[in-house]
Design a protein around this ligand. Structure first.
Ligand SMILES: NC(=O)c1ccc[n+]([C@@H]2O[C@H](COP(=O)([O-])OP(=O)(O)OC[C@H]3O[C@@H](n4cnc5c(N)ncnc54)[C@H](O)[C@@H]3O)[C@@H](O)[C@H]2O)c1
Length: 381
């Protein structure tokens, strides 16, 4: 039996919508013959691409073998063939669109952040719960190969007691005047929903909550290091949003986490995002795909002496975790879980309530920055 699931996909002309959600997730699932849930049951997604730009939609449709498309979101929402509304538009457009989709009785799956304020985000969660629709938010980092390896190490008890976590995220995003910018210009304009804190603290919330303990308090310093950038039309604009954040988090259970996140740093580390976890029995450094470990018994004994060259090459003391499984695209893994959730009521913890927590941490981070103080992060239910 094939369960065909209609998905209205909004924002597929954008970076995330096109590459991660359509090409590497929904279309990839179609190409592999759907999500096989038993010997005789399969879920097959049926996307409807929606957006404003007819030419772009037509061209994407052609590229993916003639998928259906429409510029009329309202009539798509009233079509009972489609039971899921997916949104990867710019952040500031999400809340209104999701609200409409909930009112139309659609199940909701969407990119993070789900809104720019925690009140708006919580209202979306409440409306979706009241309407009885299923809902989920993208929390892709949880399924990155590096994170899955880290999770296994934790489950093996490799770390002993986890003491601290330090994350380094970032790379140089070009301003757009000489070398082309590799991120959209709205990211750098507050008035268009941009800003690194709202973008990245949403991710750090679910990474920390799921792997190390619920975030209880935050101290965050934001900055706009690059004041002027050039937009998609080559016009200079003022950057009104933060492009960097230096944030410390206190977690339930006593773990201390510190994450530097920046679009204005040059990379001299193993990956665009690395996270070092130090525990009483061992440490690990994870990148997007790889993970390196150093157990207690192989920990070097450095002695501070800048007068002579170091006798230890600190990189040599780490061992790469071998590949013990095949890892699929992180977005695709979560899509498959959501489809199972919609069709077979499979477990799915990554709901709009979890999305609210992400927006809450970003909002508390900004509050901490403005107040120049630690801010508590109360539990949300
Ligand atoms: N999960 C992740 O790792 C991750 C990474 C990057 C971005 N995101 C999130 O994904 C979302 C999209 O980001 P992106 O980088 O793909 O942005 P983008 O600018 O590349 O794409 C934005 C999409 O929104 C549409 N859009 C913009 N203005 C519109 C308007 N006025 N009317 C209708 N549609 C409009 C665009 O046509 C496009 O389809 C953001 O909310 C962002 O926070 C998530």
């Amino acid at each position: 039996m094939i369960h065909t699931v209609g998905i209205i996909m909004n924002g597929v002309t954008g970076r995330m919508g096109l590459n991660q959600h359509l090409a590497r997730s929904v279309y990839a699932i179609m190409q592999q013959g759907g999500v096989k849930i038993s010997d005789d049951e399969t879920i097959m997604p049926k996307p409807l691409l929606v957006g404003r730009n007819q030419a772009k939609l037509e061209s994407i449709s052609r590229e993916f073998g003639g998928l259906k498309w429409s510029t009329d979101v309202d009539s798509a929402l009233s079509d009972p063939q489609y039971s899921i509304y997916f949104d990867a538009q710019t952040t500031d457009r999400r809340a209104d669109a999701v609200r409409k989709a909930v009112a139309a009785g659609k199940n909701i799956y969407c990119e993070k952040p789900i809104a720019n304020t925690v009140d708006m985000a919580y209202d979306l969660y409440k409306q979706a719960s009241k309407a009885g629709v299923k809902h989920g938010v993208v929390q892709d980092k949880l399924w990155l190969p590096g994170m899955l390896k880290l999770k296994t190490l934790r489950e093996l008890g490799f770390f002993g007691k986890i003491l601290s976590v330090r994350g380094e995220f970032g790379y140089w995003v070009f301003e757009g005047d000489t070398v082309p910018a590799q991120r959209p210009s709205w990211n750098y304009r507050k008035e268009d929903g941009g800003g690194l804190i709202i973008d990245m603290l949403c991710h750090w919330r679910y990474v920390l909550d799921n792997l190390f303990g619920e975030v209880k308090a935050v101290s965050c310093l934001g900055a706009t290091h690059v004041p002027t950038r050039w937009d998609e039309k080559g016009k200079p604009y003022q950057c009104t949003a933060d492009d960097s954040a230096y944030a410390t988090f206190e977690l339930e259970g006593g773990v201390i986490a510190h994450f530097n996140s920046s679009w204005c740093v040059r990379v001299r580390r193993d990956d665009l995002f690395t996270m070092q976890v130090d525990g009483s029995k061992g440490s690990a450094v994870v990148g997007l795909r790889d993970c390196w470990i150093q157990p207690y018994g192989a920990t070097p004994r450095p002695v501070w002496n800048p007068d002579i060259p170091s006798t230890i090459n600190y990189f040599d003391g780490w061992q790469k975790v071998p590949e013990q499984a095949n890892f699929e695209n992180a977005f695709k893994v979560q899509w498959e879980l959501f489809l199972r959730h919609v069709v077979k009521d499979g477990p799915f913890r990554w709901t709009l309530l979890e999305a609210v927590k992400g927006v809450q941490l970003a909002e508390k981070g900004i509050e901490s920055w403005k107040k120049r103080a630690w801010v508590d992060v109360p539990a949300i239910a």
